[in-house]
Every structure is written in C-alpha cells, then in structure tokens.
Design a protein around this ligand. Structure first.
Ligand code: DOR
Ligand code: ZN
Length: 357
C-alpha cells in the first residue's frame, strides 16, 4: 500500500482487490451490474443461487461466459464460480469442481434460509459424505450460516447455526476449508478466532456500516433488508474490529445482491442490499473512520486470495478522496435498482481501473 500522506490521506493505492462474495443474477440483469464490480475488482466469487440453481461445473462455466460478455471492454475481471450444494450433489461433481481452476467451491444454503435457497439442504447430516469428499479433494465450503427453524428468533439464526451445525462440521472435518459468509455477529467473529487457519469469514460493507437501528430509522427501510439481518450495535462493533484487525481470516465479500425497486418495496419485499456500485468507497470509509486505512489492502486484496490459494493480483488500484454524490437509483431491466447510500455523499472514489493482470 502506498499513500501520499498518512493523516488526512488523499489517495490510497492498493493491490487490486477481489470481491469474495457477489450476486449478479443472470440474463438481462448482467449488463446493469457486472460493470460496477468489474471497475473495482479484479476477481469476484459469483454466487450460484439462480433459478434453477447452478449445481454443475458445466452450468457454472456457461454462466461465467455470460458474465464475461457483460464486462466492459478493456477491463480485466475474472468471475470465479461457486456451485450450489444440494442433497443430491454427486461426489463426482466434487471431483469435477476440484479439477477446474475457475470453480472455487460449493455454496451451502440451508433450505429456506434466504433468496432462492429452496433447492438447498434440509438436513446437513445427509451431506456429510460430500463434506468428506470436499475435504479430501480440497474443495472449499462456503456457508450461508443460518438455521431456518421457525422457532428460532431471526436475530439468533447465525449464532444457533454456529452452535448446532458449524461446530460439529468443523470438528468432524478439520482439514475442510470453511468460509462463513457475510458474518453478522460477535459469536461468528469468536468462532473464526477460535479455529485454525482452515476457517475464514467474509464481511460485507453494509454489516460494517449499519446496525439494525438503521433498518427502522424514521420508518421501515426495505433497501437495508438483507439476510442475515443487520444486528445490534455490539455485533457491528465486533465486525469492525475483525475487519480492521489485520487477521488474514477476515476478508472482503460484498454480498451485493441486486433486486429491482418494485421487488424490494412491496408487502413482501425480498432480501438483499446493492453495494456493488460503490463497494470500495463504502469499505474505505469504514476503515478511515476507524483509523485503519493501512489495513484495507490486506482485507480487500490479500487475505481472500491467500485463503483460496489464488495468486495475488499483479495490478493496483488507486482510490482518491474526491467527494461525489451517489445516484438515487440505477437503471435495472425495466425497473430501477436502489443502491446503498442512495443520494448520499461518499468521500472516496476509484481513480484508475486496474491494469492488465
Ligand atoms: O440478503 C441476501 N440476499 N442474502 C442472501 O443470502 C442472498 C441474497 C440474494 O441472493 O439476494
Ligand atoms: Zn450472498
């Protein structure tokens, strides 16, 4: 990382970052959202929760090609693909995944936990043989870490998932690489800290920026509704401490999840926050507010690559302090997309897109 001044820094140059957790949808949606991510990141791990889900290597590679077709000319952006784990995933698909460099791992969605998780897993015990194969073939497990039991309070679902599901998986498969995605609680931070180097977590910008008060400030804010839900301030503070700690088990994953305005603003609105338009500006603001700009590069550009065994990007990216007003909406199919920080002023922006890798 280089900077022209330590305090009141005006620019910040870091190794090009990677977004280790991203939703871009498919088809007509891609040209609206892929350019945002590809102007800031060199690589992103693409979530497979399409309808129908992306369960096989060959489907993922076809999806990867559709994403690449939406990358603006001149930008280098590599989508790395996660496969959707189901109770009927064959072990042979784990081996196929292990043999393909652009397949990063399997994403576990407990059935019913979140958007498009209906094809997910009802009983984790049933897929222990798959965890065994993933451990053997060194295929990482990316977890949406929430239980779905209707009797468990929605704010406790991550904590209970860790207690009931993740601790036994961790104990049974010590060499399995596990990423607990988009962590939201102090308990999740403690779980990562208490385990070995095979256990890591992604942290979103919105869970660092907000706690659950923001969802209800002055009225209900559907564009802050995501899963796992924003939690209390004490959890937000634990996430910030983890992100700025320099511990390589914590790294950037936006979980940016585009949904049209009309699907968010209705009597049963869907979950997901759109942050891809300004992801780095949002993160850098959190790091700056916490006097930790020197820790951004590790979190955004180094820890994730190292955990996944990827080469660090060769290119760099420069952020400049140049206030701008975030648009109140973006076009999205025949609707619009309301971003996080809509109409608000952000202090940082990306100066240069990355050079070739
Ligand atoms: O808020 C969320 N939206 N959480 C998820 O886990 C999925 C995502 C989506 O796909 O929209
Ligand atoms: Zn997600």
């Amino acid at each position: 990382m280089s900077n022209d001044r330590i305090k009141g820094m005006k620019s910040l140059t870091i190794v090009s970052p990677d977004d280790m957790h991203l939703h871009v949808r498919d088809g007509a949606s891609l040209p609206y959202v892929v350019p945002h991510s590809s102007r800031q990141f060199s690589r992103a791990i693409i979530m497979p929760n399409l309808v129908p889900p992306v369960t096989q290597v060959k489907q993922a590679i076809a999806y990867q090609q559709r994403i690449l077709a939406a990358v603006p000319p001149g930008l280098n952006f590599l989508p790395l693909m996660a496969l959707y784990l189901t109770e009927t995933t064959p072990v042979s698909e784990v081996i196929n995944a292990a043999n393909h460099p652009d397949i990063i791992g399997f994403k576990l969605y407990p059935a019913g936990a979140t958007t498009h998780s209906g094809a997910g897993v009802n009983s984790l015990n049933r897929i222990y043989p798959l965890f065994e194969a993933m451990q053997e073939h060194q295929v990482p497990l990316l977890c949406h870490g929430e239980v779905t039991d209707k009797d468990i309070d929605v704010f406790d679902r991550e904590r209970v998932f860790i207690e009931q599901e993740l601790i036994p998986i961790r104990r049974t498969f010590p060499d399995l690489r596990i990423i607990l995605e988009h962590i939201t609680t102090r308990e999740a931070v403690d779980f990562i800290l208490g385990n070995n180097e095979n256990t890591a977590a992604t942290i979103t910008a919105h869970h660092l920026m907000y706690n659950r008060n923001a969802m209800f400030k002055g009225g209900i804010k559907p564009h802050l509704y995501c899963l796992p839900l924003l939690k209390r301030n004490i959890h937000q503070q634990a996430l910030i401490r983890a992100a700025i700690s320099g511990d390589s088990r914590f790294f950037l994953g936006t979980d940016s999840a585009p949904h049209s305005k009309s699907r968010k603003e209705q009597s049963c609105g869907c979950a997901g926050c759109y942050t891809a338009h300004a992801a780095l500006a949002l993160y850098v603001e959190v790091f700056e507010d916490n006097n930790a700009l020197d820790k951004l590069e590790g979190f955004a550009s180094k820890h994730g690559a190292a955990f996944y065994g990827l080469q660090q990007n060769q290119s760099t990216l420069t952020l400049v302090r140049k206030p701008w007003t975030c648009p109140d909406h973006y076009e999205f199919n025949n609707d619009s997309l309301i971003p996080i920080a809509a109409s608000e002023q952000l202090n940082w922006q990306v100066e240069h897109t990355q050079q070739s890798n």
